[in-house]
Write a protein that binds this ligand. Structure first.
Ligand SMILES: [Zn+2]
Ligand SMILES: [Zn+2]
Length: 285
């Protein structure tokens, strides 16, 4: 595990507009100890070139700054689907994994995909095989692939933790990881507002996913109700989960050492408030 044991990192999804050096400066300016980025436009297939120089500047700067960084894969990727889209998705994901390793990132977060008209078992099998294929195609050796739980919107896989766990455990052991999104879990029906609900969520994650596989927590509040199946993030403490419940969940001893990243609408004041919340949610050593 990277970093000092016991230190819990925090940050936001951070823009790379202006280049990789700018991204580092932005993270530094906000005091982040962790961040998430898109290595390319999240709504396009094409991957831009990365010059050797830019790559080196980023790798060196990141190390110097002691910044933990993961990427989030593009939203078009659906390895659980069929036909041409699946092929395109595997290729695109392979490129993203390759870029992440080149930039020395800690992992790539990716959605498990949607089954469409397909039967869930078939879609799960397709997804696992697709993820494995992308890892192989990327010719990388270490960057981890973190499968994210979903709100269950449409026919998205991984709403149910048992299904999520099956997908995670389908990845090769040395590359396997998972990303827990609190807003998705809440929309999927895990009621984080009560101690019972938080306890159930924790037990299911430990049982189905394994604590060691959780690479990162997406700490988001939710605009939508518990069980709504609709994925809409809200600023921390301003949504239906609420501050005290998120706080209690994030301060759980089990999550010590796991970076937490907010994926929230940008805004100068909002960023500052969300970061202060995340920073305070980390247990001190
Ligand atoms: Zn996501
Ligand atoms: Zn979401």
């Amino acid at each position: 595990m990277k970093g000092t044991v016991g230190v819990t990192r925090w940050g936001l999804h951070t823009s790379v507009a202006g280049g990789w050096g700018e991204m580092l400066a932005r993270a530094k300016g906000m005091g982040e100890t962790a961040a998430q980025v898109f290595v390319k436009s999240n709504r396009r297939w094409e991957m831009p070139r990365l010059s050797k120089e830019d790559g080196e500047i980023f790798r060196k700067g990141k190390k110097l700054q002691d910044l933990w960084v993961c990427s989030h894969a593009g939203y078009l990727i659906n390895v659980a689907g069929g036909g041409e889209i699946r092929k395109k998705s595997i290729r695109a994901l392979a490129e993203e994994i390759g870029r992440a390793e080149e930039l020395d990132l800690e992992g790539v977060v990716v959605h498990c995909g949607s089954r469409g008209e397909e039967e869930a078992g078939v879609a799960r099998k397709r997804a696992v095989e697709g993820f494995r294929e992308a890892l192989e195609m990327s010719e990388t050796r270490k960057v981890r692939l973190a499968l994210e739980n979903s709100a269950g919107q449409g026919t998205a896989l991984a709403r149910d933790f048992k299904e999520w766990g099956e997908l995670v455990h389908g990845l090769p052991k040395n590359r396997r990881a998972a990303c827990l999104d609190t807003a998705h879990a809440f929309a999927a029906g895990y009621d984080l507002r009560t101690e019972d609900g938080r306890g159930k969520l924790l037990r299911e994650i430990v049982r189905e996913i394994g604590r060691e596989n959780i690479l990162v927590i997406h700490a988001n509040d939710s605009k939508t109700d518990c069980g709504s199946g609709v994925d809409r993030h809200e600023h921390l403490g301003h949504g239906k989960i609420g501050g005290p419940a998120l706080w209690a969940f994030l301060r759980e001893e089990t999550w010590r050492g796991i970076p937490r990243i907010g994926e929230l609408p940008p805004g100068e004041r909002e960023d500052r408030e969300n970061l202060a919340f995340l920073k305070e949610s980390c247990l001190k050593t």
